[in-house]
Design a binder for this molecule. Structure first.
Ligand code: CNA
Length: 244
């Protein structure tokens, strides 16, 4: 079935919607993803270290100055606004669906769009964690290129770095939402990063939809695949729903 028609039809008869999103849902807000042609992974530091290695625990602990410089420069987009894709998910919620968004993104744009149930697998770049474990807004931190501090306490960005474990509670809630979902919608992810990518196997139904510009290693397992920009898919699904 066509990936617009199948999704639109399934939304009409699905109460519980689980959505897995990745960096591709935010590119239309001007935030680069990692693996597209213009993505961040094609960039490297002045010393030739690829961005993927920069975002690791080992790089952070060994080169905090360089880490903070790149974090400030490449990962913070305080002015980015949600786009059609984020707002579409909020509209599903407004229409009465029970929507859980499981996101790999650290940009907070689902919340800015108004979605209320957002599980952040890799944390949030707009937050920090202090030395003694309290979570605060990044705005409260005094930061320079070398480090972050809040009220004298050392702090770090509240994001999961490569080499670090994901938050167990967030992971458990994600598994539960996906396993109970009537429909699984996956948007803007290359399905390359685990354990996030492996969450699709928790889905028990046959209403799975992938909306991603490029093919992924797991695309064949989806019932419907749309291989164009998310904005186009949303527009076409919306037209279908409005016409009904
Ligand atoms: P990725 O590996 O960069 O994949 C993104 C996918 O989205 C690619 O396959 C693209 O083809 C696709 N894509 C890009 N734009 C569009 C579009 N407009 N419509 C449809 N498809 C599109 O990113 P993943 O999320 O899969 O990788 C996981 C990493 C990326 C996570 O750890 C994130 O934290 C990290 N990341 C997050 C952000 C963010 O928060 N916005 C930005 C960059 C990287």
């Amino acid at each position: 079935m066509d990936a617009v028609e199948c999704a639109a039809k399934w939304f009409q008869t699905s109460q519980k919607v689980a959505v897995i999103t990745g960096a591709g849902i935010s590119t239309e807000s001007g935030i680069p993803d990692f693996r597209s042609g213009e993505g961040l992974y094609n960039e490297e530091t002045e010393q030739g270290i690829p961005m993927e290695d920069v975002l690791s625990w080992s790089f952070f602990s060994e080169h905090p100055r360089e880490f903070y410089r790149l974090f400030n420069e490449k990962l913070l987009f305080p002015d980015a606004r949600p786009n059609t894709g984020h707002f579409f998910l909020k509209r599903l919620e407004d229409a009465g669906h029970d929507v859980t968004i499981i996101t790999q993104n650290i940009d907070g744009l689902h919340q800015k769009a108004g979605s209320t149930r957002v599980l952040e697998l890799h944390g949030n770049a707009g937050k920090i964690i202090t030395e003694y474990g309290s979570e605060k807004s990044l705005d409260e931190a005094v930061r320079d290129e070398k480090e972050m501090r809040v009220d004298g306490e050392w702090a770090r960005p509240a994001i999961t770095l490569y080499g670090e474990a994901l938050d167990r509670k967030v992971l458990q809630e994600s598994v539960q939402a996906i396993s109970e979902a009537d429909i699984l919608l996956v948007m803007g992810t290359s399905l390359n990063v685990y354990p996030a990518a492996g969450l699709i196997f928790e889905y028990n139904g046959n209403r799975s939809v992938l909306v991603n510009r490029e093919g992924t290693p797991l695309s064949d397992g989806f019932a419907c695949v749309f291989s164009r920009p998310i904005g186009e898919w949303v527009e076409e699904v919306q037209q279908y729903l409005d016409a009904d």
